[in-house]
Design a binder for this molecule. Sequence first.
Ligand code: TYM
Length: 350
Amino acid sequence: MTNPVILTGLRANNDLQIGNYFGAMLPIIDMAKSRSHDYQVNMFIPDLHSFTTPIDHSELQAQILHNARLYAAAGLPLDDDNIHLYRQSYVPAHSELTWILDCFTGFGEMSRMTQFKDKSGKLGDSQISVGLFNYPVLMAADILLYDAKYVPVGDDQTQHLEFARDIAERMNNRFGELFVVPEPVKAQHEFFGKEQGLRIMDLVNPTKKMSKSDETGKGVIFLGDEPATAAKKIMSATTDDKASVNYNPAEQPGISNLLDILALLRGKPVAEVASQYAGMDRYGDFKKIVADEMQKFLIDLQKSYDTYDSATIVAKLEASERAMNEQAGATLLRVQRAVGLRPPKEYDEI
Ligand code: TYM
């Protein structure tokens, strides 16, 4: 029996921000540190996803290596054969499976993806690529190639995860057991110990998701921010005029977001942290507590980052990519046989 697979990826289209860290990096790194005997852990860089929206391509290589090094800095163990760190485009099966799945995916179902609607709404017609439209299919291929069961992602990726389940079931119904179907989203949250999907909000506009592609960057804390700058961003976070700290995302989105961030930084349930500060009326004092904690987190992370050199990271990437080409290649062959692109298995012996 092979171990169940936990898998996630973060695009390298810009520096990572704390929403990425809490939504996807931290849950998988926690698992990698504590459960790698029982699970295979795949943390990869979806480099092909990185330019579904326009980027500066001259920076992509550096960003990819930077992100891989950040994963190590955040605690991903590099010396464990059950933990894999790889670049998507170094495993060509991702692109090949995508094309096959594309041909079983409805135009209508992709058109309904809310993230496509949001992102394309912000771009001019000439900038909306077919890649942006199609990217949930590539994401499904990323997951299904490795039989992944658990996929920690932020709230904004829930619909894409549901699609990965749908297409896996559709293919299995049509061609027999081809894919492991990832666990339903609710079971995923239970597995990672979250009550619900995580959505860290923008500090300036707390009704909007914090995003690494945000143009102003004022409401976003990047993992590479100077710790003092990050603390300032927290001190100027938008709050409300209620003058009472309470966890109520609908009515006090700014304060609730800061409580979420503080709880995550401390590794405590938000209810516990919220009750500790409930009713505090001086928002400045509360923000200072969050700002100090954030500053300390970034100082530690950045110090750890400096202890890794590129050669160590590249060696891990290359070793994982060799192993992943084998695993992904085996899944791809299963699918190619099923859809008639390769002779069926029984002909192997002839
Ligand atoms: P990406 O690169 O946009 O974001 C990476 C991860 O960070 C999460 N995230 C957040 N979580 C909480 N609060 C926020 N404000 C916040 N902003 C971002 C995202 O939900 C995501 O988990 N398509 C994916 C990358 C991908 C992938 C995959 C993930 C490609 N293939 C296969 C899992 C499995 C994406 O664009 O994430």
